[in-house]
Design a protein around this ligand. Sequence first.
Ligand SMILES: C[S@@+](CC[C@H](N)C(=O)[O-])C[C@H]1O[C@@H](n2cnc3c(N)ncnc32)[C@H](O)[C@@H]1O
Length: 339
Amino acid sequence: MRGEAGSAPVWHRPVLLEEVLGLMVLRPGARLIDCTIGDAGHSVAFLTRAGPSARVWGLDRDAEGLARAHRRLKARNLDARCRLVHGGFGNLRDLAAAWNVSVCDNILLDLGFSSPQIDDPERGFAFAKTGPLDMRMDRSQELTAADIVNGWPEGQFRELLWTLGEEPHARRIAAAVAERRPFGTTGDLAAAVAAAVPHRPRRRLHPATRTFQALRIAVNDELGQLEAVLPQAVSLLAPGGRLLVLSFHSLEDGIVKRFLRTHGRRPARNKYARHGDVDMPTLSVLTKRAVRPGHRELSDNPRCRSARLRAAEKVVREDAGAEAAAQRRPAGNERTGTR
Ligand SMILES: C[S@@+](CC[C@H](N)C(=O)[O-])C[C@H]1O[C@@H](n2cnc3c(N)ncnc32)[C@H](O)[C@@H]1O
């Protein structure tokens, strides 16, 4: 996307950039898997800050986004230090194996959509500028928003609005959509939703905001991808490595918070248990509360208003050395110490 004809491209603005860098491992040679490279804003800053031996492996499910990332990295002479691949982060382990990466110092998930995606009416994410009812981040997948809006039974659509949009007027909206469909554009759908809900003069959000959120999450299986990637990310981190997640709505943040709580908690010890009998936590949570953008960032970039950053470090287990030694020890000397 370009600003005006021939002018410099308008890039997505990386959210909570200084806070993200402050939570990363930035030593020479540090490695980052950027699971949502987008316009590479976070990756460019990481490569610049961590020095010439730092490396990035970047992925995105949007092939056009990936091409933009490559262009931006190349313009900064950083492309040789970054490998890019098209794919969903739900398959992170396989993608990392294809790169030959088995451990990493930082893994970043900057969830949701990028500015070029929402600003392009042809992608169908926005209701402000009308476009086709698409919403696919990966345009090679089959399911589109139009398939759901025009094809799903009313009850199933209502359920989607409840669960993924947390929409209090789900019943009215689903009934109105079922009566008026088929819909072809985001503008028509947004107008039908606005007409279906009670008029509130001081409403802060457009009445179709939650409907569009629910559709986007469903089309891209956003929550399924997030649930799938978190354990894979932890297993790819080196001891002392950092996992960072930027989320933009409460459903995503809830998944991240629960995951960090579960894996960052020291299990209650049985007083009769010997050391090593209970599972040790795999993560140490670095953000007691989610980090939110400050006033300055909010006024510079209002799109970041719902951002929440959480981070954790992979724990260096006290017993890891002993465990590794036990695994290396030949089987015969377990009881007697001799073979
Ligand atoms: C908020 S943008 C990232 C912006 C980036 N951090 C930057 O500074 O330019 C999110 C990106 O993640 C991608 N994305 C969303 N879900 C994904 C998934 N499951 N797998 C891979 N990429 C995904 C989107 O296509 C989008 O390009």
